[in-house]
Design a protein around this ligand. Structure first.
Ligand SMILES: O=C(O)CCC(=O)C(=O)O
Length: 244
């Protein structure tokens, strides 16, 4: 599986979290403070909105528990082949009948500008609803992480990869819609090109994405100093409900 990940730039782990765990996360989306206090709108090229709530610290809530879950962190370490630090967690709300698109981009297109020297970074996308073509599932260009970082510019309020190159690359590489059951996890490389269409369906498409950087990947902070970090803790529990 690690070889597939290195070749393709992504790996799907089906049913990593069970129904009760997903239900607890959705309850937290709907009633919890984290999402309510940190969410804002992003706009795609057509001005359609998707909401995002993002944070950079671990705490004692269920989001932090998932971010330190061995099903995520140990797999991230195996796929990266090195120890990692927690970078950030984000809930993406692409709501029924109107949730906007995400433009083609590499996550490292954003993160390069946040001072990370290497693209040794990874995202774990946990699906909370069925994520299918109809509600704008994630789409990836298989193997595109081998291109290295592309130039990015501003599209709507998002960061999008160079449209001229994307036009050519789309004709060369396989475009894969990644359909996912709730509780499944998609691990993907920070240079993998990905996008997602709008949600015109009656189904919400909500997800939790956790991002990690290699411990040995220096980040230059705004003050020019290296940002300090520590190895991501790994929870000893086997079920996220044991801590909530
Ligand atoms: O949720 C999506 O469809 C895409 C989100 C994304 O690409 C990101 O947060 O970098």
């Amino acid at each position: 599986m690690a070889e597939d990940f290195r070749r393709d730039g992504y790996l799907l782990l089906s049913n990593a979290f069970n129904k009760e765990e997903v239900a607890a996360l959705l309850q937290e989306v709907e009633q919890g403070d984290r999402v309510a206090t940190s969410s804002y709108d992003t706009q795609d090229a057509e001005g359609r909105k998707a909401q995002i709530a993002i944070w950079h610290e671990l705490g004692s809530d269920i989001w932090s528990r998932v971010s330190t879950d061995p099903r995520i962190v140990n797999n991230v370490r195996l796929l990266m082949g090195e120890d990692v630090a927690f970078f950030h967690g984000k809930v993406i709300l692409k709501l029924a009948r109107g949730g906007g698109s995400w433009e083609w981009h590499q996550d490292y297109g954003y993160w390069y500008n946040q001072g990370f020297l290497y693209p040794r970074m990874i995202s774990a996308f946990v699906s909370l609803d069925p994520s299918v073509k109809e509600n704008g599932c994630l789409q990836v260009l298989k193997g595109s992480h081998h291109l290295g970082r592309l130039e990015h510019g501003t599209v709507g309020t998002q960061t999008g990869a160079d449209a001229g190159r994307i036009g050519i690359i789309e004709g060369m590489l396989e475009r894969v819609p990644v359909e996912m059951e709730p509780g499944s996890v998609l691990f993907f490389d920070s240079n993998l090109l990905h996008t997602s269409g709008p949600n015109d369906s009656d189904m919400h498409r909500r997800s939790f994405i956790i991002c990690y950087n290699a411990m040995a990947n220096p980040q230059i902070g705004e003050n020019g100093q290296m940002v300090e970090r520590k190895s991501c803790p790994v929870s000893e529990f086997s079920d996220i409900l044991e801590t909530v």
